[in-house]
Design a protein around this ligand. Structure first.
Ligand SMILES: Nc1ncnc2c1ncn2[C@@H]1O[C@H](COP(=O)(O)OP(=O)(O)OP(=O)(O)O)[C@@H](O)[C@H]1O
Ligand SMILES: [Mg+2]
Length: 215
C-alpha cells in the first residue's frame, strides 16, 4: 500500500472535527503528497444509508449487536469505495473515527465486549489498520459540556443521548486501547485551547510523515 492511513479518535466533543478542519490545510502546506480527509460514511451511498438507520432517534428498538454490525458494514463500504482507493493512489488518508470508536462505543459503551467488536471489525477491514492514531483525550464531562454549549452546530443523535456512565465507559476503553497500543496510539491532551491542540497534532504528524515533509 503506497499511502499512509491515519485516524483521529476521542469521545464526543473532544474536538476531532474542529481540530481536523484547522489542521488539514496546515498539514497539506507541509506535504508533498495529497492529504485526504474523510469520515464515516465518507460519502459512500450505502454507508450513508446505514448511518441514517443507526443514528435515527426514532430507532429506539435497535439492538446493541445490530448497531455494532451496522457500523462495521458501513465502515466496510467506506473502506472499499474511499479509503483503499486513496491509499492505493499514494495519498495520506486521515479518517475522523474508525475501528477504535466501535470498540469504545459499542464494545464498552454498550457493553457487548471490546474483544468481540474488534474481532468483528477485523472481518470488515481485513486487518487494514491505521499506522498512527491521534487520540484526543478529554474527560467525558468536558466533551459533553462542549457539545451542550454548541448544540446548534450539529444534530443531536441517538448516541449523544446516552448517559454520563455510557460516556465514561467510552473514555475508559479509549484509555485502555492507548495503553495497549502505545506504538500506534498517541494521546493528545484535548482540554487545551483549540489552537494548541492543532499545534500538538501537527507536531505528532511531523514525525509520522517525515519522509513526505517539505522543508
Ligand atoms: N480545544 C477546545 N477547546 C474548547 N472548545 C473546543 C475545543 N475543541 C473543540 N471545541 C468545541 O467543542 C465542540 C465540539 O467539537 P467537535 O465537534 O470538533 O468535537 P468532535 O470530537 O468532533 O465531537 P463528535 O465526536 O461529537 O463529532 C465544538 O463546538 C467546538 O467548537
Ligand atoms: Mg466530530
Amino acid at each position: 500500500m503506497a499511502g499512509t492511513f491515519i485516524t483521529f479518535e476521542g469521545p464526543d466533543g473532544a474536538g476531532k472535527t474542529s481540530v481536523l478542519k484547522a489542521l488539514i490545510p496546515k498539514l497539506q502546506a507541509h506535504l508533498s503528497r495529497p492529504v485526504r480527509l474523510t469520515r464515516e460514511p465518507g460519502g459512500a451511498k450505502i454507508s450513508e444509508a446505514i448511518r441514517e438507520l443507526i443514528l435515527d432517534p426514532a430507532n429506539t428498538e435497535m439492538d446493541a449487536r445490530t448497531e455494532a454490525l451496522l457500523y462495521a458494514a458501513s465502515r466496510r463500504q467506506h473502506l472499499r469505495e474511499v479509503i483503499r482507493p486513496a491509499l492505493a493512489a499514494g495519498e495520506i488518508v486521515i479518517c475522523d473515527r474508525f475501528v477504535d470508536s466501535s470498540v469504545a462505543y459499542q464494545g464498552a459503551g454498550r457493553q457487548i465486549g471490546e474483544a468481540a467488536v474488534l474481532e468483528m471489525n477485523q472481518f470488515a477491514t481485513e486487518g487494514l489498520a491505521p499506522v498512527r492514531t491521534l487520540y484526543l483525550d478529554v474527560p467525558s464531562s468536558t466533551g459533553l459540556a462542549r457539545i451542550e454549549a454548541h448544540r446548534g452546530d450539529r444534530q443531536y443523535d441517538r448516541l449523544d443521548r446516552e448517559s454520563i456512565a455510557f460516556h465514561e465507559r467510552v473514555r475508559g476503553a479509549y484509555l485502555r486501547l492507548a495503553a495497549q497500543e502505545p506504538g500506534r496510539i498517541v494521546t493528545i491532551d484535548a482540554t487545551k485551547p483549540l489552537a494548541q491542540v492543532v499545534e500538538d497534532c501537527l507536531n505528532t504528524l511531523h514525525s509520522v510523515l517525515a519522509a513526505s515533509w517539505l522543508a
